[in-house]
Design a binder for this molecule. Structure first.
Ligand SMILES: *[C@@H]1O[C@H](CO)[C@@H](O)[C@H](O)[C@H]1NC(C)=O
Ligand SMILES: *[C@@H]1O[C@H](CO)[C@@H](O)[C@H](O)[C@H]1NC(C)=O
Ligand SMILES: *[C@@H]1O[C@H](CO)[C@@H](O)[C@H](O)[C@H]1NC(C)=O
Ligand SMILES: *[C@@H]1O[C@H](CO)[C@@H](O)[C@H](O)[C@H]1NC(C)=O
Length: 359
């Protein structure tokens, strides 16, 4: 029984040490010795030892490392305040939904095989993340830091990253060099932060196709965005204008969302959205008075809750005949100043593909 007590004492010791990462690391180092000592006392503990050896010899006590997933370490949902030392065999670490405030140098030192670090829903602050803590991870592809308390995009991110999630933080600045060279990054989530200006920090991201900037404080569509974008979400900002030829310069752009902004007709240069590569355009909840010209290739157009007074058929179709018509499938115009009486009869021919038109 005293042996059981020893184990119990070990756990107790551990929870005290959590507030002090150094003594905690020392504790980890001494742990394997303690287990070996325990194993000398009877078959039951010997079998526990055997199990322990194969399952999780190097697994931090507060985590789980199931034998079926030898490269994964599960430490989520358990009130942790520190990132435990990650053993070298790990590729995936799950640390979400804890109370982690910072990341000290050293915890990832042996974990050079890491592919995913999942750290969302913690209390991370930028000044408590050691500057080089991620830099030494040459295989890291996913870094989830959403729902924390970061004030800026972390610096020294590895160039191998593909999916970076930083949404729901308090980010105001994206330092110019912070994302440089991350040429495999395809998705960047920065929504629900406090960014007023993006600067040129994301422009050079050669593979970036998904960029979410919803819920920030941008006053215009940033000029310096990558050219490979296919989905761009800018809803819930303070945007009043779009740069000339913004869409034309981004031929991969399919989905563009700008709802809940301050767009006026004057802020949208002619033919900004009349580009055949676009599939979906959300301009709802703005201050537009006219329907902007769109391409006949566009499929979904959301214009509800603007100040539109006229159903201008020429915005959709320049020519209407057997071969010339719009491919629009969904058109939303409710919450404007037009009624069904304002829709000209040719609209039915022009919008013959539409499955839903809301007025
Ligand atoms: C880190 O890796 C080195 C080399 O493989 C090893 O000797 C050392 O014990 C590891 N450190 C920890 C704390 O696991
Ligand atoms: C980027 O992706 C390519 C292709 O998958 C890979 O060969 C290359 O090593 C990656 N670059 C980095 C810095 O990881
Ligand atoms: C939209 O662009 C097409 C092709 O570039 C052009 O023919 C058409 O006139 C434009 N529509 C409007 C309303 O300007
Ligand atoms: C309109 O249809 C005619 C044939 O009826 C075709 O030659 C012409 O290219 C079409 N115009 C546009 C703008 O698609």
């Amino acid at each position: 029984m005293w042996i059981k007590f020893l184990l119990w004492a070990g756990l107790v010791h551990f929870s005290f040490a959590q507030s002090d990462s150094i003594s905690w690391l020392n504790y980890l180092r001494s742990r394997s010795y303690r287990y070996r000592y325990v194993s000398n006392h009877g078959d039951y503990y010997a079998s526990l030892q055997a199990q322990h050896d194969t399952e999780a010899q190097d697994c931090p006590l507060e985590c789980e490392c199931p034998p079926a997933y030898p490269n994964a370490m599960y430490c989520h949902n358990r009130n942790l305040q520190h990132v435990p030392f990650v053993p070298s065999r790990m590729k995936y670490v799950y640390l979400q939904n804890n109370r982690i405030t910072g990341i000290t140098d050293g915890v990832f030192d042996n974990a050079t095989e890491l592919v995913w670090i999942i750290l969302h829903m913690n209390q991370l602050k930028s000044d408590k993340i050691s500057s080089k803590v991620f830099a030494k991870l040459p295989k890291l592809e996913r870094l989830f830091l959403q729902h924390n308390k970061l004030e800026q995009v972390p610096e020294g991110l590895p160039h191998s990253l593909q999916d970076l999630r930083l949404d729901h933080n308090a980010i105001t600045t994206v330092p110019p060099g912070s994302l440089r060279g991350i040429n495999n990054l395809t998705a960047l989530r920065l929504h629900y932060n406090a960014i007023q200006e993006l600067g040129g920090a994301v422009e050079s991201l050669a593979s970036l196709s998904f960029l979410d900037l919803r819920g920030n404080q941008l006053s215009k569509v940033p000029k310096q965005l990558p050219t490979k974008l296919s989905q761009l979400y800018l809803d819930n900002n303070l945007i009043s204008s779009v740069p000339v030829d913004f869409v034309k310069k981004r031929p991969e752009l399919r989905f563009m969302r700008l709802s809940h902004n301050r767009l006026t007709d004057a802020g949208v240069p002619p033919n900004t959205f009349n580009v055949s590569t676009l599939t979906e355009l959300d301009l709802s909840h703005n201050k537009l008075e006219k329907i902007p010209a769109i391409s006949t290739s566009l499929q979904n157009l959301y214009l509800q809750a603007n100040r539109i007074k006229e159903f201008s058929i020429s915005s959709f179709c320049q020519v209407i005949n057997v071969d010339n018509y719009s491919n629009l499938q969904v058109l939303r115009l409710e919450g404007n100043k037009i009624s069904p009486r304002d829709v000209p009869p040719e609209a039915l021919l022009c919008l013959r593909k539409a499955t839903s038109i809301n007025l």
